[in-house]
Design a protein around this ligand. Structure first.
Ligand code: LIP
Length: 278
């Protein structure tokens, strides 16, 4: 095994040794989210249209950073919220990609479709992912080369086309890119599939691809903390994830996300190329 590969394997083994502790920290963060529904006074606006943060997002991110730093003192953090210790350098060394509440708008309106999302990367490669929805009590996890689990059960995707499944997509008012193109694409996905969903949590909707509930997930602009954890969960279940144009996902800046079965992502990529400008 080459030097680089050996270093990664050693790191994956270190994560594996600490897996129980990491998972307990994510579980506790999810339970905190469920036990602290936001009051109006807890909700604040961020830059951009309909872009919110709650005091619970902040509190959970602070807790996660404090607890993970105890286990991995030399790591860095790429978190959604502006809290201490958040360097957002996803390309070098050991980095935790944290979305304390993915699906914050869902959380504010009591949709019960939100999660804690934690991805662990090294030198720009995601090695492990943990995504917990406390409302549905669904815990997704994966270690590179060790497979994907949902509540401890192994996940393995069937290579279905969109005609045989539910397609899902995401869109954010504050990331409003080419909305007309997106909804023309959504119409074709709807007409070409069994049904369509817009869930409001990229991490959960990508994990649902790993669980075989969604056949594909598309969003034109997301941040590394939205997709880092779910990316290894879907890949270790036999799915694929890349940008809409097929290039690799980025871990140091936002990018588009197309995750799904190999067949469905190729179908959606072809549809997107008809509407999205190059
Ligand atoms: C959310 C994403 C979702 C997207 C939302 C938002 P947040 O992340 O998970 O897919 O459509 O607009 O970006 O802000 O709730 O962590």
């Amino acid at each position: 095994m080459k030097q680089g590969g050996r270093a990664l394997e050693v790191l994956i083994q270190t994560i594996e040794k600490n897996r129980e502790a990491i998972e307990q920290i994510v579980l506790n963060a999810g339970r905190y989210m469920k036990d602290h529904p936001p009051q109006i006074k807890d909700v604040h606006r961020k830059a951009g249209l309909a872009n919110f943060v709650t005091d619970e997002d902040i509190q959970i991110q602070k807790d996660l950073i404090e607890k993970f730093r105890k286990i991995f003192p030399a790591c860095s953090f790429y978190g959604e919220e502006d809290t201490a210790g958040n360097s957002r350098n996803g390309k070098e060394g050991l980095c935790f990609f944290i979305d304390p509440i993915d699906g914050t708008t869902n959380f504010i309106f009591g949709y019960n479709h939100s999660c804690v999302s934690v991805g662990i990367g090294y030198n720009g490669k995601i090695l492990a992912g943990f995504v917990y929805n406390p409302f549905a009590d669904t815990f997704y996890s994966a270690l590179r080369g060790r497979g994907s689990l949902l509540n401890g059960k192994r996940l393995q995707i069937r290579n279905s086309p969109i005609a045989e499944g539910i397609v899902s997509f995401g869109c954010a008012r504050y990331n409003e890119g080419d909305t007309d193109a997106l909804f023309q694409i959504a119409k074709e996905l709807y007409l070409g599939s069994l049904s369509i969903r817009e869930g409001g949590s990229a991490a959960l909707d990508i994990c649902r691809v790993a669980a075989g509930a969604n056949v594909v997930y598309l969003e034109l602009k997301l941040n590394p903390y939205d997709y880092a954890a779910a990316s290894v969960i879907v890949e270790e279940a036999g799915g694929v994830i890349a940008q809409v144009d097929g290039s690799p996902i980025t871990l140091d800046r936002p990018c588009s996300i197309l995750a799904g079965t190999r067949t469905a992502t190729e179908e959606v990529r072809a549809i997107c190329s008809k509407y999205l400008k190059k």
